[in-house]
Design a protein around this ligand. Structure first.
Ligand code: ZN
Length: 302
């Protein structure tokens, strides 16, 4: 009796094993239909963030950022660009230094005392070298944290994308005479008659909450930051120029050239509340020391 019970158990276990093994091989290799569904689902849920270096800035003094020169040794800022690859479309966030800066090898003098700029490779060059499968004609949307020249450098070269811009910055971009410092209106010339959407506050770009423009005025009239809900990396806020230095954030320092200091402080409060509520990481975009720890394209965050 015991022997027959053992044989029965053995047969049951064998059948279970065969059944599990068959299921396993089905899902691994897959019949056509099953594997197509799987790969479609993978593509549909992936939100990717690519990070690029789009220049550097060097300052003789940091006093314009309301920081004493003895409070930090940092004089170099990185100028990044980002590409957000969402299943429903692709967006560029911040456009780096103007491509003409790359014409000068080394540090380019902006004809402004105390500030120089450097751009080794334009974004167009980087995209062509990296062969990511997209170029400056491949974007559905372009959005910049604000209209300062170091954030819209590539704007005129982007074709076929809808510009997502807060009303304050749209008006300031084409105001004569200029009402905002550090503006080079010619960098936005092609956008004036292009496809744009003027925003009056926060904007959920793809309608699923994963890519959101958050209004944070003060640095310029229509400054905004970007909230991303990444699956592996987690919630992430790209700061724009809400802060330039770590001390700016720690001690709520408002640069002397912000168009509205009180509004800047209110925007800091608003964004910090979002960061706390969503348990988000914030990247201070210009933070070179942080940037050097990031994965740059062709690697990505997801
Ligand atoms: Zn900036």
């Amino acid at each position: 009796m015991k022997a027959s019970q053992l044989i029965t158990r053995g047969l049951v276990l064998l059948l279970l094993f065969v059944s599990v093994a068959c299921d396993g091989s089905d899902s691994a290799s897959g019949t056509g239909e099953a594997s197509i569904q799987d790969s479609t689902q993978t593509v549909d849920t992936t939100l990717k963030l690519y990070v690029f270096e789009c220049g550097r800035l060097r300052f003789d003094t940091v006093e314009n950022f309301s920081i004493g020169n003895d409070e930090t040794d940092v004089r170099d800022l990185v100028v990044p660009c980002y590409i957000i690859d969402h299943p429903a479309g692709r967006m560029i966030w911040d456009g780096g230094l103007p491509s003409y800066v790359a014409d000068t090898e080394g540090w380019h003098d902006n004809e402004r005392i105390g500030r120089t700029a450097q751009l080794d490779r334009t974004l167009a060059e980087q995209l062509s070298e990296l062969e990511l499968g997209f170029d400056l004609n491949s974007f559905d949307y372009m959005a910049f944290s604000h209209i300062h020249y170091d954030h819209v450098g590539v704007a005129n070269e982007v074709r076929g994308a809808r510009w997502l811009v807060q009303r304050g910055d749209f008006d300031a971009a084409f105001a004569e005479p200029a009402t905002v410092p550090a503006l080079q209106p010619e960098l936005l010339a092609n956008l004036r008659d292009g496809d744009y959407l003027i925003l009056d506050g926060d904007h959920d770009v793809f309608g699923d909450g994963r890519v959101q423009l958050i209004s944070a005025p003060g640095h310029t009239p229509g400054h905004q930051v970007l909230f991303l809900d990444l699956v592996e990396t987690g919630p992430l806020v790209l700061s724009g120029d809400l802060y330039h230095f770590r001390l700016s954030r720690e001690d709520r320092r408002v640069p002397v050239f912000n168009v509205d200091p009180m509004l800047s402080l209110a925007s800091m409060d608003r964004v910090e509340t979002l960061v706390a509520e969503r348990n988000a990481t914030m990247w201070i975009e210009h933070d070179l020391a942080l940037f050097e720890t990031l994965r740059t394209a062709p690697e990505f965050y997801e």
